[in-house]
Design a protein around this ligand. Structure first.
Ligand code: 5GP
Length: 201
């Protein structure tokens, strides 16, 4: 799970990782927030009304859901369960409290916290993308300050430095890929059969 303050560049990093690792599945969340011009329904989010979101929440259709800056965001449970049962690696991008809630349900989940190389970049990035009002940006920055306090509860910290002058891929995509690779070697990914075979070999 990739989490961290708004404006840290999570979306771009995850897009970069998914381009490199097509077998990785992304969990598309549902949200009540207004669609931004670049948002694609079913790819970035499932955009739903507040009534519809609440109906789904009542029917326990979300693995977790949270209010963030006045809007609701939730992880659809069925997709996550099906994808994990099918044996795929899954990536999702909930805000910090949602990430910690998912970790309680799936203790093997890996929590990655993303920060920009300078916190002052959060404000300039949010202002630069021109998708939020001044009040919305202020709300996001105040949530960011709270979110930073949760860093010690995460497994990894990735510092997302600005793009190099040649405009290539963000260097932190390499870091995310390295984490993904290392996680595959965790003992809990191996089954008893593998250990038995090793013992008998
Ligand atoms: P944005 O409006 O910028 O797309 O997202 C706002 C925040 O909500 C971001 O921190 C994003 O990671 C988080 N978010 C997106 N989907 C979910 C979700 O399903 N659950 C939770 N808890 N947070 C989410």
């Amino acid at each position: 799970m990739v989490s961290g303050p708004s404006g840290a560049g999570k979306d771009t990093l995850v897009e970069g990782l998914l381009r490199r690792r097509p077998a990785l599945k992304y969990s598309v969340s549902a949200t009540t927030r207004t669609r931004r011009p670049d948002d694609v329904e079913g790819v970035d989010y499932f955009f739903v009304s507040r009534d519809e979101f609440e109906r789904r929440a009542q029917h326990d259709e979300f693995l977790e859901w949270r209010q963030y800056n006045g809007n609701l965001y939730g992880t659809p449970r069925a997709f996550v369960e099906r994808t994990l049962n099918d044996g795929y690696d899954l990536i999702m991008k909930p805000e910090v409290n949602g990430a910690l809630a998912v970790k309680r349900t799936f203790p093997q989940a890996t929590l990655i916290f993303i920060v920009p190389d300078r916190l002052s970049h959060l404000e300039s990035r949010l202002a630069g993308r021109r998708t939020e009002s001044t009040e919305e940006i202020a709300g996001r920055l105040s949530i960011a300050r709270e979110e930073m306090k949760s860093i010690p509860n995460f497994d990894y910290l990735v510092i997302n430095a600005e793009r190099t002058l040649d405009g290539g891929e963000l260097p932190a995509v390499d870091d995310l890929e390295a984490i993904l690779k290392a996680e595959r070697f965790r003992i809990h990914h191996f089954d008893e059969g593998t250990f038995k075979k090793l013992e008998q070999s």
